[in-house]
Design a protein around this ligand. Sequence first.
Ligand code: ACM
Length: 552
Amino acid sequence: MPRRRTVLGIVVASLVVLAAAAGTTAAIAGLRPPEVTMPQIVPQPVSLTTRDRAPFELVGESRIIVDGAGAEAVGEQLASAFRSSTGFELPVIARSAATTDATTDAARHDIALTVAPGSAPIGHEQEGYALSTGAHGAALTGDTAEGLFRGIQTLRQLFPPSIESSERVGGFGARWLAASVDIEDYPRFAYRGAMLDVARHFFDVTDVKRYIDDIALLKTNHLHLHLTDDQGWRIEIDGWPKLTEVGGTSSVNDERGGFYTKADYAELVAYAQRKFITIVPEIDLPGHTNAALASYPELTCSGQAPALYTGIEVGFSTVCINSEETYRFVSDVVRQVAAMTPGPYLHLGGDESLSTPEADFVRFIERVTADAALTGKTIIGWHEMGAAKNLPPGTIGQYWSFTRPQEGAEEDTLTFVQNGGQVILSPADVVYLDMVYETGSPFGQAWAEGPTSVRESYGWKPTRIIDGVDEDQILGIEAPIWTETMHRMQDVEYMAFPRLASVMEIAWSPMAEHDQHDFEAFAPRAVAFSERLEAAGITVHRAPDLPWTPAQ
Ligand code: ACM
């Protein structure tokens, strides 16, 4: 079994002593013995030291004491995660207004969230954090509110899974204990993404907010929305109303059409921002455009609108490359989507343009990316975009071939690196979450060397896919879900969990020796994390390659 490397090492000091200490308290109080569980955290922190100290206990009098820019909003989110299950008030109070200081008895049950320069691990100011729990209290610090937000995902996992329940848990005597630990943590890759295809089936604002909540638990920091495809156009564009009036109505099997108004989209962007998640909008061009062509025949070379499409084939549509109307359309769309998007990225697709002659494809991509770069956004394209060598400097390539590159994918991807850009890795045979877990799965497809087990989703090496794309050339990792076979958010969750946990651990946790993560060490943590999701009412697939405990 490969040895897992940790930067500062993992020290598991006496949990026996810890449990015994907690047991004594319980015996004195005459209450049900508390359960202090061994920390099982996903993604695995950089450094986790379990201390030989009594645990931290959240009680009815506990407060969340906040200090520094943005700490209060993070504190409110932590409080709302814990209030329903515990029934505790958990007031969020500014440090300056707190009446007891940190040394008093009451403060032992407080959670202190502090944003202050110099408190994250050095060199990891953006998302790093430090967390210490024990009988002295719980203290989480970061240089930024974003670091604190990543840290509260870890703190949540120190408590029993039932703390995630939206209903009151236990009655008199229920105790909420967190093991005593010291953690320092920060991400391996800056970009850790999930992609949701809202084009094959539409997912409304409520659904997308739910997915944002779900993915935030794993410290995911980007949500890529695949907004347009053959089966549907999902974003309102001023001056082109038929995109949504016509192109927004269809979906695979005509099961679930719809679109986002600009106000809806703004609501999603703002919601994601509160969770420190950046929305990455994708307008897929020049192929995957049937819904646009069905709405505006002038975008086709024949001037004939095709019918709306409800199947699942790819590669049959293209906008007319030789028509100035096409460029007027793209320019309007790109400008409006860029204006709606505070994040730095604009994804322009470029995949599977099988009906666009190669020379036309290159000409189109070079023209529209140059124009789109004028918005100030960094352009992202699927790796096929790299067939065009004259891209705006710094354009990001999203690699979606297999862990063993197929059909020129390697060469296309290297274009981005040679052009000063980085790569987002989405190797389809391991991180496409719409691949079936096993044969007989109710959802999903198998074309990317599926089935894809949890073990496979964890057992790959980011730095070993493309020669010339090493740690420094990798911006990050993204796990897409294509929704041909799913139209309910529960279906999406079933496909995502637990495999998104695998992918986000590879994206966040330190590089293992030879970049080979240890599945045997991950598996029990994946189970613990999944039980937490189940307690929160999130759908999980109890995939057969994990050591599940029987459902309660
Ligand atoms: C893709 O799966 N066509 C990016």
